[in-house]
Design a protein around this ligand. Structure first.
Ligand code: ADP
Ligand code: MG
Length: 704
């Protein structure tokens, strides 16, 4: 089609760009085509309606726009200190403009005595307000030209600025491109019926206004339209994908709830299921017998009892002659699941296997052959499960227990593990994730929520303490141990400061040993540098109640379950993220006893750290904490989301645009429900845009 061709034109063909600048745009900004250039939106705008008064400027003024006369221009200093200084004055006062490079050129271009419009960032140099390398335009020229009220500012780099691709030039090139563009190039991408009900500006109008808005209103209108588009088309694609999965991928039918399930439910289940757990099991049960492959996300707060749900789902698979697997993000968690599940299921006569990178040699060979023969009913392990040599006899259900750590790609690899149909998939998150993130990261899945904790839990009391409380805390630990409880003490450990972190842990361990000496007291230590067998031994000692204190790094973060532990002490708590803190806190409060989480920090905290700690002290609700985390850190910085291309929005913002996202998803849902493959005439425009646009989007290939 004609109009795609125009936008696909290599950027160097734009007049004024050429091969050198073109190369630079590719390298520095990833702009290869006219389309890329156009879809590289401004990140802010200079409001040219209002001029600042020089008298009012101060260091916090930031970017300012001034109108006045250039009074003087002189070169000062020698060699590397050489600089060009201009004296610039308006009715209210004067300020210095400074250039450190390109001095000759600037000097020749500027006219002393003329009126200029100056734009730049104020900083204080030796108590004097200064602007370095300002943008300057002759006021006379500006007044003549028909000029925008807002000037767009684009992300740039030093190199681009040096090669003449500064803000001003970018604007000129963009204007030219917009003028040059045939009307059909930016064809409308929403169907008429939608435009009518949404009452937003057209795609073309929005694309013009996002670069050159006339005023605040046009800018907002353009933003709203483009944000909506971005969210809507992603949702449409995700939901279409979901629909296609369901059409294309028939699922194994687990017709019956058989002997294993019933025996377990009636004779071995150690507690009454909560209503929330029962509801989720019903939802999953419905999926598993529907004839369509299940792709479901199970969200539930820490301690809400996701594991038992997973176990009972696996029994549904086994009852129908299938195998099931459960994949965890760390060795320790996988082992813990293995031990727990084995204890549940061995009495039923089921074979449970364990596989991780550390299982090797003969043991591994035997395991793999038993798995292939179907002698092993349930396999538990780390991501070693999805490696190629692992062949199941008949995998019917794959469960992942993740701290949003498994990507969509890994999920996809699980699909290949069974024939002729892909296994049913259940994804469990370790802590809740915010709704907007879930809709995006897991937008192609159905969602179940366990929205209540098992009965009898006392809310964990969370306290913020500092070094000066150390003695008091030791006393408290002693008291809890005397009551028969167990205590975690957790230290941060990150690669960058690994040595120091380990040292801290060791120092802490020794201090605790002095305070709580053997044989009366026993202390376990677990950290990532230990051999897995040693880790396992130490862990088991604590699980069995043979040690009272567990000193550890965050390896225990996910999932570990010791109901008798009642105190979680987190050292350097300011260095942990919110969801990590919540995860750690979730290691206690699993029994009937009152539990405590003590956050130890230094005296000086950054504002963000302070808010994290306050949030922890204020609430135990994982869903609330997840939302706070998203607000504090932004979607791209939350655990496990860093590599996710799917969160790289051009303009939409998952923190601010939650409502718009809900709306976009609801509309997309309606459309897909009526027209799953977008075949109706009225929806051709959607189909075309989806195919055309997502081709070139980097985040996309990760999920399609
Ligand atoms: P998470 O959802 O964080 O994975 P777990 O599955 O580890 O939580 O369960 C936390 C604790 O609650 C475990 O000790 C588990 O045995 C217990 N538990 C789970 N469901 C119930 C229930 N319905 N009643 C009582 N205790 C339960
Ligand atoms: Mg768990």
């Amino acid at each position: 089609m004609q109009h795609t061709k125009f936008l696909d034109t290599p950027i160097e063909y734009l007049k004024g760009v050429g091969p050198v600048k073109g190369e630079l745009l590719k390298k520095e900004l990833g702009i290869f085509t006219f389309r890329d250039f156009l879809y590289h939106f401004p990140y802010r705008y200079i409001d040219k309606t209002r001029f600042h008064q020089i008298r009012d400027l101060h260091e916090q003024s930031g970017q300012v726009l001034l109108k006045g006369v250039l009074r003087r221009l002189e070169t000062l200093g020698e060699g590397r200190k050489k600089r060009l200084v201009g004296r610039f004055r308006d009715d209210s006062g004067a300020i210095d403009l400074v250039w450190f490079s390109g001095i000759k050129w600037v000097e020749n271009k500027l006219q002393v005595g003329s009126e200029y419009i100056v734009y730049g960032k104020v900083y204080a140099f030796q108590d004097k307000n200064t602007i370095s390398h300002p943008e300057m335009e002759l006021a006379a020229q500006v007044n003549q030209a028909e000029r925008p009220v807002f000037d767009p500012v684009y992300p740039s780099t030093e190199k681009l600025n040096q090669k003449g691709l500064d803000a001003k030039n970018r604007r000129k090139l963009l204007r030219q491109l917009l003028d040059l563009m045939p009307a059909s190039a930016l064809a409308e991408n929403l169907p008429a019926y939608l435009n009518q009900s949404l009452q937003m500006v057209t795609h073309q109008q929005a694309m013009a206004w996002i670069h050159f808005p006339r005023d605040q209103d046009t800018l907002e209108a353009a933003r709203l339209r483009l944000k909506f588009e971005e969210l809507f088309f992603l949702q449409l694609r995700l939901l279409q994908l979901k629909g296609q999965h369901q059409q294309r991928f028939k699922g194994f039918v687990f017709e019956q709830l058989g002997t294993f399930f019933h025996t377990f439910f009636n004779e071995h289940l150690p507690f009454e299921l909560t209503d929330a757990q029962k509801n989720v099991l019903k939802e999953i049960r419905r999926d598993l017998r529907s004839g369509v492959q299940m792709n479901r996300l199970l969200q539930g707060d820490v301690g809400s009892g996701k594991t038992i749900v997973a176990v009972m789902c696996m029994l549904m698979a086994v009852d129908n002659g299938f195998q099931a697997c459960l994949m965890a993000p760390t060795e320790i968690l996988a082992l813990q699941h293995y031990t727990g599940v084995q204890a549940y299921l061995e009495p039923l006569g089921l074979q449970v296997g364990f596989l991780s990178g550390t299982v090797s040699g003969k043991k591994r060979r035997e395991l793999l052959s038993e798995l292939a023969e179907g002698k092993i009913h349930i396999l538990i392990g780390t991501h070693a499960l999805i490696e190629d040599p692992v062949q199941f006899h008949q995998l019917g259900l794959a469960i992942t227990d993740e701290q949003h750590r498994f990507g969509v790609e890994q999920r996809a690899r699980l699909w290949g593990k069974s024939k002729p149909l892909p296994p049913h998939i259940l994804v469990m998150t370790a802590t809740p994730i915010p709704r907007t993130l879930a809709m995006t990261l897991y937008g192609d899945l159905d969602v179940s929520v366990i929205n209540a904790l098992p009965p009898g839990r006392k809310p964990i009391q969370t306290l913020h303490k500092r070094e000066s409380h150390r003695l008091q805390i030791m006393g408290f630990i002693r008291q809890e141990i005397q009551l028969g409880r167990q205590v975690y003490v957790v230290y941060p450990l990150i690669e960058e400061s690994e040595k120091l972190d380990l040292l801290n842990l060791e120092t802490g361990y020794h201090a605790l040993t002095r305070e709580f000496p053997p044989p009366q007291y026993r202390i376990s230590v677990v950290h990532g540098k230990m051999k897995p067998a040693d880790k396992d031994y130490e862990m088991q000692q604590f699980v069995a109640g043979k040690t009272q204190i567990m000193v550890a790094t965050t390896v225990i973060e996910v999932g570990v379950n010791v109901p008798n532990a009642s105190v979680m002490i987190i050292e350097n708590a300011e260095r942990f993220g919110l969801s990590q803190l919540h995860q750690l806190r979730g290691r206690v409060g699993r029994g009937a006893e009152q539990s405590y989480c003590i956050l130890m920090t230094g005296f000086k905290l950054t504002e963000e750290a302070r808010q994290r700690i306050q949030t922890m002290v204020r609430t135990n609700d994982g869903f609330e904490i997840a939302e706070a985390d998203l607000k504090l850190r932004g979607p791209g910085n939350m655990e496990g989301t860093q590599q996710s291309g799917i969160l790289q929005f051009r303009i939409a913002d998952l923190v601010q645009d939650g409502k718009l996202l809900e709306k976009a998803r609801a509309i997309a849902q309606e459309i897909i429900a009526r027209d799953p493959s977008l075949e109706k005439d009225e929806n051709q425009v959607l189909k075309f845009y989806l195919d055309d646009h997502f081709k070139s989007w980097k985040g996309w290939n990760k999920i399609s």
